[in-house]
Design a protein around this ligand. Structure first.
Ligand code: ZN
Length: 232
C-alpha cells in the first residue's frame, strides 16, 4: 500500500477528520479504529464481516488494483453500516456481484470520464447504491443499465473491448467468460454471493441445537455476516 492510498483510506473511512492538532492522540486513535472497523466489514474473519471478494469489488479481471473502486467500496460499506442496510444488501448480493462483475467496463467508463480517482469515489459509491436499490425493487439487468445511462454522462453500454475483431456476439462472449470464471469460485450457502477464503465461515445447515451434526454434510461455506447476522 502506498502512503497516498493509506491517507485516502483514512479519509473515506471517517465522517470528518479534524485539521486541528491532536495533542493526546485520542482523535487519531478514533480515526484508526473507525478505519479498522470498515476494513473488517469488507474482508476479515470477524463475525460481522461481509467478506467482499477483492476480484469482484476492486480488482480488474486482469488482476490490477482499482483504487477508485476500493474507495467506493469503503464508502458503500460505511453507508450500509450507517443506514443499517446489511440485510438489504445481502438479500440482493448475488445479483449485485454478478452485475458489477459483468458490467465492470461501465464502472471503468464512469471512472475514466471523471478523470480522477478522488472524483470517482462518490459517484461510484452512488452507482453501487443505485444497483442495490434497483435490484431490491425487482429491476432486471436491462432496466439497471438504462438507469445508469440516464444518470451518468457519456456512458456507452457496449463494451468496446468485446467489439474489436470479434466474430461472435459481444454479450455472448462476456457471458462465456464470466460463467467460466465465476463457476470455479465458492459461493455462500446463504446469499449466493462469492466467498473469499480469508473471510468465510462454516454454517450448520441443521442447527446444532436442533440436532444438527458437526459433519461435512451438515456444513456449508458462508460469509461471516450471513452466518451470524443475516435475518432473511
Ligand atoms: Zn453470504
Amino acid at each position: 500500500m502506498d502512503l497516498q492510498l493509506i491517507c485516502d483510506l483514512l479519509v473515506y473511512s471517517n465522517d470528518v477528520i479534524s485539521e486541528e492538532k491532536d495533542q493526546e492522540g485520542k482523535e487519531t486513535l478514533e480515526v484508526l479504529k473507525n478505519t479498522k472497523k470498515i476494513l473488517e466489514i469488507i474482508n476479515s474473519k470477524n463475525p460481522g464481516s461481509l467478506g467482499l471478494h477483492p476480484i469482484i469489488y476492486f480488482y480488474s479481471k486482469k488482476g490490477n488494483f482499482k483504487p477508485a473502486n476500493f474507495y467506493a467500496t469503503v464508502l458503500f460499506v460505511r453507508e450500509l453500516k450507517q443506514k443499517k442496510q446489511f440485510d438489504k444488501f445481502t438479500s440482493v448480493r448475488a445479483e449485485f456481484e454478478e452485475f458489477i462483475y459483468k458490467n465492470d467496463y461501465i464502472i471503468d467508463q464512469i471512472n475514466r470520464n471523471l478523470r480522477s480517482t478522488k472524483k470517482s469515489a462518490i459517484p461510484l459509491k452512488e452507482l453501487f447504491v443505485l444497483i442495490m436499490d434497483s435490484l431490491a425493487d425487482g429491476c432486471n439487468e436491462f432496466d439497471i443499465r438504462q438507469a445508469i445511462k440516464k444518470k451518468y454522462n457519456k456512458i456507452n453500454l457496449v463494451n468496446d473491448e468485446d467489439e474489436i475483431g470479434e466474430s461472435f456476439n459481444a454479450n455472448r462472449k462476456s457471458e462465456t467468460y464470466i460463467s467460466t470464471a465465476l463457476k470455479s469460485v465458492v459461493r455462500c450457502g446463504i446469499c449466493g454471493g462469492v466467498v473469499h477464503v480469508n473471510s468465510s465461515s462454516v454454517d450448520h445447515i441443521v442447527r446444532k441445537r436442533d440436532g444438527g451434526l458437526g459433519s461435512a454434510e451438515n456444513g456449508q461455506i458462508t460469509h461471516p455476516y450471513c452466518n451470524t447476522g443475516y435475518k432473511n
